[in-house]
Design a binder for this molecule. Structure first.
Ligand SMILES: Cc1ncc(COP(=O)(O)O)c(C=O)c1O
Length: 413
């Protein structure tokens, strides 16, 4: 059977990682995978996480099954962290949640739940998009539509165009938004734009599905979810996918949450609990508990929560520092290049204003590997990496000028 298998179609992400693995240069730079690295290139573990693990081990807790809905204590704590106590206290709102294997699991289960209710619902995703996000919706058979979001060559948000495209949303369509630190662009919406989208989804009868993967990496733990909270307090229904991978640095432990915010009612609540449980069971049976148990321990122990918040804020400030450093190096190496977008954008990723041919040259000449759309993980960059990247840019600009190509980002003199 397996000898006759057809070749797997070329997947741009997988093939980038294959080229990266085959590159034997000691200078090779992985700006693809979404992890924070310190200046020694390590992916650090928060002290709060280590201490929570120790406390759990000392208590000798059971490792018995938790069930398909996972750790519901974790869900209550994360609902509070993300949605905040005011929304949870609103009588006209009920929140039904399941712990999932990361936000990836939450997006997939959420897509299945919506698909099981409506074959007509489509999902609207940003262009550019985090490519894996598409698969979570395509696999259950949903139609995917894109809305313009960001211009990579001008390095600006295209909000008017976004509204223009979203005017075609229909009742029960899903509008996929990123709570903060948009992946792949790092370009976030302002509060007035969240407000405009809240009005638009309400007018169209569409349902926001907000993916929160970087809370605390942008402007702060509370600030990063202000837009989401504004929307969640005003729309009748909303889906939420939360990742604990980055904010707690527990990437491989796979903790996340899917929540459905609805008007209260015994019927809808029972139906949702059953549906979440059934789809979780069918897709992966049960989520792992280790990461969820750590986060529950942190969020219910005031000393650990304080420690985690200060470590997370330290990480946030380091990312801002890396962004400032990269901007300065780019502007020093390439005279006339306005790299202010790097500092304006938030979180791990930014899209560099280069095309796919130039991205390939970055790999071949400088061993710099990024995701499609020149999506670069700025938070993984060491000082030495930023220097190499800036030199690579200078080389590309020189070639562009030599080739008579368009100026970089339209901003190079
Ligand atoms: C926007 C977004 N959502 C979800 C995820 C997946 O997160 P998790 O590791 O929790 O599955 C990522 C990871 O890169 C992401 O960027």
């Amino acid at each position: 059977m397996f000898r006759e298998m057809p070749l797997y179609e070329d997947d741009p992400i997988e093939s980038m990682f294959v080229r990266l693995a085959a590159d034997r240069s000691p200078d090779r730079m992985d700006l693809g995978i979404g992890v924070f690295r310190d200046d020694e290139g390590r992916v650090p573990v928060f002290d709060a996480v280590r201490e929570a693990e120790l406390r759990i081990v000392r208590r000798g807790e059971s490792k018995s099954y938790m069930g398909p809905l996972g750790n519901l204590g974790y869900c209550r704590a994360v609902e509070r962290l993300v949605l905040g106590p005011e929304i949870l206290a609103q009588e006209e709102r009920s929140v039904i949640s399941a712990q999932t294997p990361g936000a990836g699991g939450a997006l997939r289960v959420g897509a299945e739940v919506v698909r099981s209710l409506s074959r007509e619902s489509r999902v609207w995703v940003s262009n550019p998009v985090w490519p894996h996000q598409l698969e979570f919706f395509e696999k259950p058979g949903m139609t995917v539509r894109t809305y313009r979001y960001y211009d990579r060559y001008e390095s600006v948000l295209r909000f008017d165009e976004m509204l223009e495209d979203l005017a075609a949303m229909r009742r029960d369509d899903l509008l996929l938004l990123h709570g903060c630190c948009h992946n792949p662009t790092g370009q976030d919406l302002g509060l007035d734009q969240w407000q405009a989208l809240t009005e638009l989804v309400s007018e169209k009868g569409a349902i926001p599905f907000v993916d929160v993967a970087y809370q605390g990496f942008g402007q702060g733990v509370e600030e990063d979810v202000a837009g989401l909270r504004l929307m969640a307090s005003r729309v009748p229904e909303l889906l939420l996918a939360v990742s604990s991978s980055k904010s707690f640095g527990i990437y491989r432990d796979r903790a996340g949450m899917l929540s459905v915010v609805v008007s209260p009612g015994a019927r809808v609540e029972t139906w949702l609990v059953r549906r979440l449980r059934d789809f979780a069971r069918q897709l992966y049976f049960m989520p792992p508990d280790h990461g969820a148990a750590i986060i529950l321990e942190i969020l219910t122990s005031p000393d650990l929560e304080d420690l985690w918040r200060s470590e997370l804020d330290g990480t946030r400030l380091k990312i801002l520092g890396k962004r400032r450093m990269l901007r300065n190096m780019l502007e020093t190496e390439v005279a006339g290049f306005d790299a202010s977008f790097i500092e304006r954008q938030l979180g791990m990723f930014s899209c560099l204003p280069i095309d796919s041919r130039e991205q390939r040259l970055m790999e071949e000449l400088f061993h710099i590997y990024m995701m499609p759309d020149a999506r670069a993980n700025v938070a993984a960059m060491r000082t030495s990496d930023a220097q190499v990247l800036a030199r690579a840019f200078r080389e590309l600009i020189g070639r562009r000028r030599g080739d008579g190509l368009r100026a970089l980002g339209g901003t190079v003199g």
